[in-house]
Structure formats: C-alpha cells, structure tokens
Design a protein. Structure first.
Length: 173
C-alpha cells in the first residue's frame, strides 16, 4: 500500500498579502472618501443653510419703511425686511400682505400696515439678533430676529398682528 502525503497550501498571513489586495483596499478607501465628500458638498449646496444656522450678535439698526428703490435697511412688511442689503424672510410666522387684498379686502391691508408698523417699532426700539437658515424659493434669506431672546414673530402673534406659519389660520380673510 502506498501512502500519499497531503500538503495543504498555506494561506498567506496578513503581512504576506498579494499586491493586488493592497490595490483593492486603497481603491475601496478612495471610493468611500469620494462618496463622503460628494455627500458633504451636496448637503452644503442643496440643504437650506447647509444644515447650519448662522447667528449674529446683538445689534441696533435704524430701519425705515420700504419705499421706492430703498432696499438697504427697511421693513417691507410684517414678515420681510432688508438688513444691510440682505433680503430677510422672517420664518415661522406670517402677516397679511399690504400690497394686495388677496382675501380680506381693506381690513387685510389695514392689518398688514399695522403689523409692518409694529415690526418697524420693535426693530428701531430694541437691540436684536438675527439667525439665518439658508434661502427660500424667492432667494430671500430665511431668518429669525430675536429681541431679548424672543422671536419677533411670537410678539406679533401675541398682539394679534400675525399667525403661526405654516399651520396658523389666516384670520384676516
């Protein structure tokens, strides 16, 4: 009887990997880094504000009511202002539109004018901070203005000059 000896092939140790394995690992790492980088760029580009809010320190600024060609620092209406040339849409609340009577007629326009005047008074009488969150579909910067930590929208809502947005009732209609 003859004996056949079996010699199993040994697997290479971790330090004896084939050169192709190093290339595969390097390509996998490069692909992962590329996907993460593209995701970061896409989030920064397409998410409002890149997912981050920007908060300015407290400031005092004199506003005017919006007039023909005056777009540097003014109140446009109860929820939109220009601040140092930047168009800010104040978020989380809504006020009636002063330029057309969509649903409430002359009463809506009168309420819109009162809301705009009150916002002007609040901004000119107090120091405030601005927090921005990217832009809306009209390329306005979405923002929250706080006076003493309170959102100006909450002040206008409590005074019956605004509604919560987007779920509040348009009581002026």
């Amino acid at each position: 009887m003859s004996v056949i000896r079996f010699k199993p092939k040994r697997r290479p140790t971790r330090h004896q990997q084939k050169s192709g394995d190093h290339l595969t690992t390097a390509l996998a790492v490069a692909a992962l880094l590329s996907v993460c980088t593209l995701g970061w760029i896409a989030a920064d580009t397409f998410l409002p504000g890149g997912g981050q809010a920007v908060v300015a320190s407290e400031m005092r600024v004199q506003f005017r009511m919006y007039g023909s060609g005056q777009r540097h620092t003014c109140v446009v209406d109860g929820d939109t202002v220009w601040l140092d040339g930047m168009n800010l849409r104040l978020q989380a609340y809504d006020t009636p539109e002063p330029y057309n009577d969509i649903c409430g007629g002359a009463q809506e326009v009168a309420l819109a004018n009162r809301a705009s005047a009150r916002l002007l008074d609040l901004l000119n009488s107090n120091s405030f901070s601005v927090e921005t969150f990217g832009t809306d579909r009209y390329d306005r910067t979405l923002a929250t203005i706080r006076i003493g930590g309170t959102d100006v929208g909450d002040i206008l809502i409590s005074e019956g000059l605004a509604r919560r947005w987007p779920d509040g009732n348009e009581f002026w209609c």
